[in-house]
Ligand binder design. Structure first.
Ligand code: NAD
Length: 334
């Protein structure tokens, strides 16, 4: 019995791979290396280099490796790029899942854990978003994830699959600096890049109805997210389920609190420049975590400081040179 992990050479996938292997699961990785790194896949794990859009390759992989379940992360993830290139995103993400489901049904593989996103909720005014909150995604990216969830549920009902969609919140940090995210576009990498270049980080909007006026988000350490996948793999294997679950901490931090935490960890001046609000940024987006605790028996363990420390270590390790980051303020501030 083995598992196919798509996107296992990616940032999150490589952490999921480690967690699955540590759990004693047999795993084969399929990744087109469009943003993944071969070096993130240990030598003892088979790596098939190819796309989930290649149905023949998928079927051969499922057959040849005796695969009984799939953890599907291999997809494109940039919200702004999805706005510029929506058809590319629909092909990669939606046709990717369609092709995967066809291959699974053809080869009799019935267990699936799918990497979805809090982006399916869109802009919400709720203090916490639960799995049954309205799904009104703001971006083509969010819509691709929601369409995938729908296709997976329909296929599960028709073909008796056991499935779970995990809606990730804001994933940060790293377990090992070799697995760190490279060139991300979320808050942490943007702040680290600004600090590395001697610029002040930019905060978009300080007049939201939150405790300090900046946006509130639910950050989750990638190692916690990885352990949620192991719990999901157990769940879909142990019983036939059709479930959709938030994966977040259930705790929100404002952008200004994150900057303070980064300042405390790095010793750098993180005083921001305040820019106008960006369109489509909800004031607050925090996961309701009752369902993940109930059905996965899982909850996040890492707090904000651990997330910042590991993310900073990862960012430092992936800098092209190892020169110290210049302190902000004085002559080095832009
Ligand atoms: N990073 C986040 O905060 C976040 C939040 C919510 C959901 N997600 C989802 O998690 C998954 C992994 O994201 P990540 O942050 O690790 O991104 P990533 O870009 O590091 O990883 C994606 C991996 O999938 C591979 N891939 C892309 N298209 C493929 C294809 N057609 N066939 C085979 N492999 C392909 C890439 O080479 C890469 O290794 C994605 O599905 C993403 O949408 C990420």
């Amino acid at each position: 019995m083995s598992w196919l992990l798509t996107g296992g050479a990616g940032y999150i996938g490589s952490h999921v791979l480690r967690a699955m292997v540590d759990e004693g699961l047999q795993v084969v990785v399929l990744d087109d290396l469009s943003s993944g790194l071969e070096s993130r896949v240990p030598n003892h794990v088979p790596l098939i280099t190819g796309s989930v859009l290649d149905g023949e390759l998928l079927r051969a992989t499922l057959r040849n490796h005796g695969v009984t379940g799939v953890v599907h992360l291999g997809a494109k993830k940039s919200v702004p790029v999805s706005v510029e290139q929506p058809l590319h995103y629909y092909r990669e993400n939606v046709v990717g899942v369609l092709t995967l489901l066809e291959a699974m049904v053809a080869e009799g593989v019935s267990n699936l854990v799918f990497s979805s996103s809090a982006a399916v909720y869109g802009t919400s005014d709720a203090a916490q978003v639960a799995e049954d909150s309205p799904t009104l995604p703001d971006s083509p990216y969010g819509r691709t994830k929601l369409m995938c969830e729908w296709m997976i549920r329909d296929a599960a009902a028709a073909f008796g699959l056991s499935i779970m969609s995990l809606r990730y919140f804001n994933v940060v940090g790293c377990g090992d600096t070799d697995l760190a995210e490279v060139g991300g576009t979320n808050l942490f990498p943007l702040v680290f890049r600004a600090l590395s270049e001697g610029r002040q980080p930019v905060v978009f909007g300080d007049d939201y109805p939150t405790r300090d006026g900046s946006c509130v988000r639910d950050y989750i350490h990638v190692e916690d997210l990885a352990s949620a996948h192991v719990a999901a793999v157990r769940r879909v294997t142990d019983a036939r389920v059709d479930e959709t679950v938030n994966v977040g901490c259930g705790v929100g931090h404002t952008v200004l609190e994150v900057l303070d935490a980064i300042g405390a960890t790095t010793g750098l001046d993180t005083t921001p420049v305040i820019a106008p609000r960006r369109a489509g940024d909800p004031a607050s987006m925090v996961a309701a975590t009752g369902l993940s605790e109930e059905i996965l028996g899982w909850r996040a363990r890492h707090g904000l400081t651990a997330m910042v420390e590991s993310a900073w270590r990862g960012a430092q390790a992936s800098r092209p040179d190892s020169s110290p980051v210049p302190a902000l303020g004085g002559s080095s501030a832009s």
